[in-house]
Design a protein around this ligand. Structure first.
Ligand SMILES: Nc1ncnc2c1ncn2[C@@H]1O[C@H](COP(=O)(O)OP(=O)(O)OP(=O)(O)O)[C@@H](O)[C@H]1O
Length: 360
């Protein structure tokens, strides 16, 4: 497929996301790209996203490999979310969202999680920055950390302040860990801040979450129903935490206003790009934090402080071009994502520990 790369609309720790369009159909979509030799997360995301079809999960539209400025790029195509992430929505508001909106988004995230969990997939990195907002509501995105629950043995992944206690301790990361992260995401929507706002770095966040016995604070102004919903998500013992199925029947999300009400509230003053002609570029996600590790919590936390940590700080980040112009991209004969041609270029590399973090 021929397609045209547009302006960059987001950057994460593992990839850059651009607007894209197909000259033939005129369709606009998003393309998430990484240099081929650094595309492990993106390929994993493609493998999972391509098997899913759910209105509350960002829609997969294909993938390819391109040669751009002599660099092989792995590209994952997906539906374009014109309102950016849930965190962007909260930031535009400048404070927390009203409760009807929070309930609506929480319900949609639950529906997306229900689809993942019913297919045996744990997302492992639910947070406002990984939920996209579209005309059809909230959609779960960034499945780069996702995995089959059966494969959740040793490795843990995610963003420290959204980690469940058992994840921070390096013990397990199953479906209940996504539910904890959902509770944190609801708090993010309510307060406008990530949970544990007083922790200054990922290491202390993980110690505190894993070993202190504390819970993130629920503000006093939250309704009884909202407080109860968040409390059911934020049980420190994963066996006591409610499942996604149970939460879908909780009064906080069971009866909701229509999505058009949310759109009216949230999108009326939106400055997000709404068409391919709008060159607004969202803020970079520099404060995004992801840790993947397969050793014990204490070892891992110690390692995160030490020299053998692989840290993708600014100096180590891929040198992404921030395209200001639309660029025509052709697959250059390397069209198969999983075909033989790719293996000619991929240097297979075992990655047991990846820690990518900046100050929260
Ligand atoms: N489909 C999309 N439509 C619009 N914007 C998007 C889309 N996908 C991603 N973005 C933007 O790009 C940013 C980075 O995307 P994403 O989180 O998937 O990358 P990542 O490298 O996996 O991030 P992380 O740092 O969490 O690992 C998002 O925060 C969002 O602003």
């Amino acid at each position: 497929m021929d397609w045209t790369r547009g302006p960059t609309i987001g950057r994460g720790s593992t990839a850059t996301v651009s607007l894209a369009s197909s000259p033939r159909s005129g369709h606009v979509f998003a393309v998430k790209s990484a240099e081929l030799h650094r595309s492990e997360f993106l390929k994993r995301e493609q493998g999972i996203l391509s098997k899913l079809m759910c209105p509350q999960i960002v829609a997969y539209k294909g993938c390819d490999i391109t040669l751009e400025n002599d660099v092989l790029m792995y590209n994952l195509f997906m539906e374009y979310a014109p309102y950016g992430t849930l965190s962007d929505t909260v930031a535009r508001r400048g404070s927390g969202l009203d409760e009807v909106t929070v309930r609506t988004y929480a319900h949609q995230i639950l529906l997306g999680l229900n689809h993942l969990h019913s297919n045996g997939i744990v997302h492992c990195d639910i947070k406002g920055k990984n939920v996209l907002v579209t005309d059809h509501g909230a959609k779960i995105a960034d499945l780069g950390c996702a995995r089959m629950v059966a494969d959740c043995g040793g490795a843990i992944a995610g963003t420290p302040v959204f980690m469940a206690p058992e994840v921070a301790r390096g013990e397990q990361q199953g479906f209940p860990a996504d539910v904890w992260a959902l509770g944190c995401t609801v708090l993010e929507m309510i307060t406008g801040c990530a949970p544990w706002p007083d922790v200054s770095d990922p290491v202390s966040a993980m110690y505190r979450i894993g070993f202190s016995g504390e819970l993130p604070e629920i503000p006093g102004f939250v309704s009884d129903q909202g407080r109860d919903f968040v409390s059911k998500c934020l049980k420190r013992d994963p066996n006591e935490r409610w499942t996604v199925g149970e939460l879908l029947r909780h009064g906080f999300v069971e009866e909701l206003g229509s999505i058009s009400k949310v759109k009216e509230i949230e999108f009326s003053n939106s400055d997000s790009p709404t068409s391919v002609m709008d060159r607004s570029i969202w803020e970079s996600t520099k404060d995004s934090t992801r840790v993947i590790s397969s050793d014990s919590a204490r070892d891992r936390i110690r390692r995160l402080c030490g020299d053998d940590t692989t840290s993708f700080d600014d100096a180590n980040m891929p040198n992404w071009e921030w395209e200001e112009e639309w660029i025509s991209v052709r697959s250059n004969g390397v069209e198969e994502c999983n075909g033989k041609t790719e293996s000619d270029y991929v240097r297979k590399k075992e990655m047991t520990i990846v820690a990518a973090f900046t100050i929260l």
